[in-house]
Design a protein around this ligand. Sequence first.
Ligand SMILES: Cc1cc2nc3c(=O)[nH]c(=O)nc-3n(C[C@H](O)[C@H](O)[C@H](O)COP(=O)(O)OP(=O)(O)OC[C@H]3O[C@@H](n4cnc5c(N)ncnc54)[C@H](O)[C@@H]3O)c2cc1C
Ligand code: SF4
Ligand code: SF4
Length: 400
Amino acid sequence: MKHIGEQSNPACSGCGVCAAVCPRRAISLNLDDAGFFRAFVQEDRCINCGLCQTVCNRFSPITGGKDLRDSSLYALQSDDDGIVQRCSSGGIAHELAAACLRKDWAVCGVIYNTEKDRAEHRLITSLEELPLLDGSKYLQSDTSALRRVLDLAMSGNNVAVFGTPCQIGSLSHAAERLGLRDRLLLVEIFCHGVPSYKLWERQLEHMKKKLHADRFDRVLFRYKKDDWHSYCLRADAGGRSFFGARETELFWQVFFENILLGDACFGCEMRKTKSLADLRLGDYWGRRFQERKDGVSAVFAMTERGEQAIRDLQLRKLESGTPEEMLLAQNMEGYQNRELHDAAMEVLRREKDILAAVRYYRAREGTKQTIKRALLRTSMILPDELRAKLRKANSSRKLK
Ligand SMILES: Cc1cc2nc3c(=O)[nH]c(=O)nc-3n(C[C@H](O)[C@H](O)[C@H](O)COP(=O)(O)OP(=O)(O)OC[C@H]3O[C@@H](n4cnc5c(N)ncnc54)[C@H](O)[C@@H]3O)c2cc1C
Ligand code: SF4
Ligand code: SF4
């Protein structure tokens, strides 16, 4: 069997590049029982050409590419305070996309679709649409738009594409294979991993109840209410707003405790230091900028095309550290407790109940984590300013 069949399913990251290249349109991306996008092949359409396996980041692991530790690192910020405020770190994704649109390139990035309550890749061609891409949506995106990206590149257009390392890694494979790599600027983000849509559905239910609404006008995953470090989840509906703190919201708790990240995110090689992208963007966490409230982006340039894209921009350039120092503040190793994760995922698949899976996990994870969680919840009685200081003290303790 040459297609990405059942055998790849447990490891499928749902990047969707197989579906974008399949000449028979035999592959669709659907949510599985645990709430993750996975590729499904319609056997009667498949001609066993094998293209899907060649581009898949799971079947064709990284060969080539560059290590972040051998790449240039910049500490950057947009020179527009409004853009820094509404983006997740320093607004570099916005500035890169704006520069590409001004050169008549198309841009493909991720929007939050308020009708479907999903994250999805969207192709845009005008600066008016660009704010839709601002800010990280901490969900797995529907990548159906990638087929159109390849079509555009094939007809001679340039496209800048933003995505997670698994999406960008597979797209890079596909572009190389189709002779289109020079037409694309590939920008990936540092990736913690993505949580289950079952968790998001639970969070949506809670927020809709609070706002007495069926649909949101806007959802912001990292509204910078008072601090870049705060991870404030904001949803607006009918002139009212919901604000949820990192300490209280089930969505953030489960995300940061790594309880139900995708199967593919555990053991993911693409999120580590080897990269097939032109640029990688992240939060410049760590001691260097931790007293700042606004947000600074760490930008790694792996190729000359990436270097050029950064050189073209009018930005605030701050003094960066070494790649090694920056990477210390990121989890580059992967996650522990694989067995417990798999067992909790099994509970989720069987019982279709996110709370049952979370309870199962928490009951077995050990006293240290239980105490840590209780302390985190209790810290909500402290003023915002003091909580921000505690968070920063905790992150520099981890770096020692
Ligand atoms: C799921 C996820 C996990 C992340 N984990 C980390 C991490 O562990 N460490 C770290 O330093 N940074 C992480 N980031 C990246 C970080 O949140 C910022 O996106 C990054 O610092 C760039 O910030 P910015 O201000 O330049 O752009 P932003 O305004 O944040 O724009 C983000 C860009 O990424 C794209 N994007 C948004 N949501 C998604 C999505 N769901 N999937 C794919 N692409 C998307 C948008 O198209 C946009 O172009 C993560 C982002 C996501 C979406
Ligand atoms: S083997 Fe070819 S035809 Fe079959 S699913 Fe993969 S890309 Fe499509
Ligand atoms: S951790 Fe890896 S598999 Fe999971 S979304 Fe990120 S890049 Fe993809």
